[in-house]
Structures are given as structure tokens and as C-alpha cells.
Design a protein around this ligand. Structure first.
Ligand code: SF4
Length: 374
């Protein structure tokens, strides 16, 4: 599909490498021996492929042991806390699985800067030091200037600010970075270009490769960290998407060694009246998380509020290193003035105090920030 006029093109070859390796990946071709080899030695790409395969499912306990060791080695017993702030739910894309789909008749809203400051104040009052600014993907309703101003307000109150908005060009990422953002999250959703086209019916998001290269453009724009994710359950075989997502992060790390990388593992959830079927079990989600940890031991890992508290409590310290608290996915809800509908259904409504208490009970250290801005 052709790029739109304003879209910057890159040609690092990373996308071809990832898609080529993924199309050759056959999850059914691995044996128990392959899994044990991956667990006992260095875990390269073949080992990662084996750990994601059905052959590894009976070995979750051994995987968990190795993953816990890797997490301890690279992160100690710390777990970072943050919360997302949705500032706008306008979107110009038609993604069939999402409540913000531009064809959905939901209550739309975008906070003005005063409203954003109010929300940020309410979050800051809880003691959190890290915030993730989110919007639906509409350049018309939340342009780069507006997102920059939201980030500026956030950086006055928080020591770490991330964004999860539409993919931008490098110079736009540079502007957002100057305003105070440190990291950028972009979910590829699915790494199968054909499935991608079926799920994204209209809007700039349809241009698969522009989205794919977003992390590279963010790093070229000066961002410190980038996060990757695939929405597990969008593709027939979630293992292929998890494999592609891990490779994507590894390739970025290889090309940009200074980058801080992290992984997210959302599963499909009911959203805006769309009853998305959850096709990935909790055990399979755990398998993906453990495989990511063993393959990318240095990469952070965030576990979403889409998951149940008991699952989230179990996975932190094992493979996940970052957890959201006090989450609200509607517009304006933190300061008690809901203006617009939320993006998806959450499963863990606990506030910061409840989450930190749960972490402490497990012997983990809740960390509000792991970064000092200079
Ligand atoms: S997934 Fe993102 S781009 Fe797609 S409709 Fe939802 S908010 Fe918009």
C-alpha cells in the first residue's frame, strides 16, 4: 500500500527480515528436545521459536524458573508502576476490533489543556511518577502540537512520560521528545500483512510498513525507549505474532544498541460493543511472557489491566517488570468528570495502594521511577 504524502519512509531492512523469518516459522515443527536445548543454553532465535511452540506448553514450570532467574539478574526485585491517561478518543481509523473505531457511535471527547492538567494533578496526587499519554489515532483531533503540550504538562508533574498515539515522523518525535517524552509505544497489532489489511478497513493505519517503522523513527527523533506489542488473538496463530514481535524488538536492539526496549502482551478484549473472542488462554499468555523474558532478558515487560488481578500478581517478578495501577480508560475519569467512553474493558481496577501492597507481599519492590531526568 502506498504511503501518504506526509509519511516519512525508512529502508533499514528490518521489516523484511522480521516478516521473512516469521513466514518460515512453523510452530508445529519443534520437539521437546528443542525446548530443553533452548532452556539449558543460550536462547537464540531458534530457541525462542521453540519456547513459543506447542511443544513447550508442558514445560511452563521450567520456563518460569529460567525466566525468574533472568528477571532477577537484569531487574533485581523491582517492579515499575505507571498509569495511562487517555486525553482523546477521536480516531480516524476503522479497526474492526476496537471501541474507538471511527464508525462506532460512542461518546467522543478530547480534553482541553486545562482538563489535561486536572487529570495529571489527580494522578500525581496518588504518588505515581510515570504516566503514559494516550489518544485515539486522529491527527485532526489531536495534532502533534496538542500532544506536545499534553506531554509538556505531564513532564512538569512526572519524571517519566511516554506516549501511545498515532505513528509519527522522526522530526515530530523529536518535537515530542523536546516537550519531555522519553518513550514511545506502538503496537503493530498483527504482523501478518494480509490479516492486517482485513482488520484495518480505513484510515492511515492501513499502511502497515509506516506503522512497523515507528520505533525506528522514534529513536531517530531522540527517544530513549520504545515499546512493542502485538494484540494476541487477532491472528489465527498467536505464536507467529509473538515470534514476529520478539524479533522486531531484537532487530531494533541490534541496530540501535542504546535503545531501551520493552514488550507488552495485550490479549483481545471486548470493546465498545464489539464482543471480541479471547482466543488465547492465560497459560498461553504466560508462555509468551516467559519466552520473551528468556529471549530478550534485558527488555522490560508490561502486563496490562486487561488481565485478572491474580494473573497479574503471579506474573510480576517472574517475567513482567512493569504494571499499571489506578487505571481508567475513559476520558476525564481520573478527576471524576467522565466526558468520553473507554477503549476496552479492564479486569484489574485496583488503585496504587492496593497494587503496591500486593507487590510488597510478594517481596517485590514497587518503583515509581527508574530514571533521573538531567
Ligand atoms: S485500535 Fe487505535 S487506531 Fe484502531 S480504532 Fe482503536 S484507537 Fe483507533
Amino acid at each position: 500500500m502506498d504511503y501518504l504524502d506526509n509519511m516519512e519512509m525508512l529502508d533499514s531492512g528490518i521489516m523484511d527480515t522480521v516478516l521473512g523469518e516469521t513466514s518460515a516459522y512453523d510452530p508445529g515443527s519443534f520437539s521437546e528436545r528443542d525446548v530443553m536445548d533452548a532452556l539449558e543454553g543460550e536462547c537464540g532465535i531458534d530457541g525462542f521459536a521453540a519456547l513459543l511452540s506447542p511443544a513447550a506448553e508442558p514445560h511452563l514450570e521450567e520456563m518460569a524458573e529460567r525466566a525468574r532467574d533472568e528477571t532477577r539478574r537484569h531487574f533485581g526485585n523491582s517492579v515499575c508502576l505507571f498509569t495511562p491517561l487517555y486525553v482523546s478518543n477521536y480516531c480516524s481509523n476503522e479497526c474492526v476490533y476496537c471501541g474507538f473505531n471511527c464508525r462506532n457511535r460512542i461518546n467522543r471527547a478530547a480534553l482541553d489543556l486545562e482538563g489535561v492538567a486536572k487529570e495529571l494533578d489527580a494522578i500525581a496526587a496518588t504518588g505515581l511518577k510515570e504516566v503514559l499519554i494516550l489518544t485515539g489515532e486522529s491527527r485532526a483531533r489531536s495534532d502533534v502540537g496538542y500532544i506536545g503540550e499534553c506531554v509538556r504538562l505531564a513532564s512538569e508533574r512526572f519524571s517519566t512520560v511516554g506516549i501511545e498515539v498515532y505513528p509519527m515522523n522522526s522530526d515530530e518525535y523529536a518535537h515530542i521528545h523536546d516537550c519531555g517524552a522519553d518513550y514511545v509505544t506502538v503496537f503493530q497489532e498483527t504482523y501478518d500483512p494480509i490479516r492486517y489489511e482485513q482488520l484495518h478497513l480505513a484510515g492511515p493505519k492501513r499502511i502497515f510498513s509506516y506503522r512497523f517503522d515507528a520505533q525506528e523513527r522514534a529513536l531517530r527523533g531522540g527517544m530513549r525507549g520504545v515499546a512493542f506489542g502485538t494484540l494476541l488473538g487477532l491472528r489465527d496463530d498467536f505464536r507467529k505474532d509473538a515470534f514476529a514481535c520478539g524479533l522486531h524488538a531484537m532487530e531494533i536492539q541490534r541496530h540501535y544498541p542504546h535503545a531501551e526496549t520493552s514488550m507488552s502482551l495485550p490479549r483481545l478484549r471486548p470493546a465498545g460493543g464489539v464482543d471480541n473472542h479471547v482466543a488465547v488462554t492465560e497459560a498461553q499468555l504466560l508462555q509468551v511472557s516467559l519466552a520473551y523474558r528468556i529471549f530478550l532478558p534485558f527488555a522490560g515487560q508490561t502486563i496490562s489491566t486487561r488481565e485478572r488481578p491474580v494473573f497479574r500478581d503471579g506474573i510480576v517478578g517472574l517475567s513482567a517488570t512493569k504494571i499499571s495501577a489506578g487505571v481508567s480508560v475513559g476520558i476525564g475519569e481520573h478527576s471524576g468528570e467522565a466526558h468520553g467512553d473507554g477503549q476496552f474493558v479492564i479486569s484489574d481496577p485496583r488503585d496504587l495502594a492496593e497494587i503496591t501492597e500486593a507487590l510488597r507481599r510478594k517481596g517485590l519492590q514497587p518503583v515509581m521511577t527508574d530514571y533521573v531526568r538531567t
